[in-house]
Design a binder for this molecule. Structure first.
Ligand SMILES: [Zn+2]
Ligand SMILES: [Zn+2]
Length: 127
């Protein structure tokens, strides 16, 4: 079975994921732009049982545009958000795809909040 590890910039917060993600989604919303400091965020959703967290983290809870809350977990030393828990999908844990630093990670299958997409940020989805 495939095992992948995501980690924060300083490396103390690690998330080990077993198997393949349930889905991979790219999000153009403004909160993801602010969270990442980039044009969009990409989340890999794994089944809760397939995710093992090591290291310490702090929480940031915010409402999503959908009205459901999202509980983000970030490293207290370097500030990277590595994973989060969307209350809309309680059976899954979302892991920041960039935190895997793995160009062979499966491509996103869908993109949401396209009304906030930076016009130059064209993405190729794995449909
Ligand atoms: Zn860190
Ligand atoms: Zn978003």
């Amino acid at each position: 079975m495939t095992t992948r590890e995501a980690c924060c910039s300083c490396g103390q917060l690690r998330v080990i994921c077993q198997g393949e993600p349930v889905t991979v989604a790219l999000c153009h919303c403004r909160e993801c732009q602010r969270r990442t400091g980039s044009a969009y965020g990409i989340a890999a959703f794994f089944a809760r049982a397939d995710v093992l967290v090591s290291g310490t983290y702090l929480d940031y809870d915010r409402p999503a545009d959908s009205g459901f809350r999202v509980l983000h977990h970030f490293c207290p030393s370097c500030g990277s958000t590595v994973f989060w828990e969307p209350s809309r999908k309680p059976e899954t844990v979302a892991v920041a795809v960039g935190a895997f630093a793995a160009p062979d990670f499966p491509a996103p299958r869908k993109a949401v909040f396209e009304q906030h997409r930076h016009p130059w940020a064209a993405v190729v989805l794995d449909r």
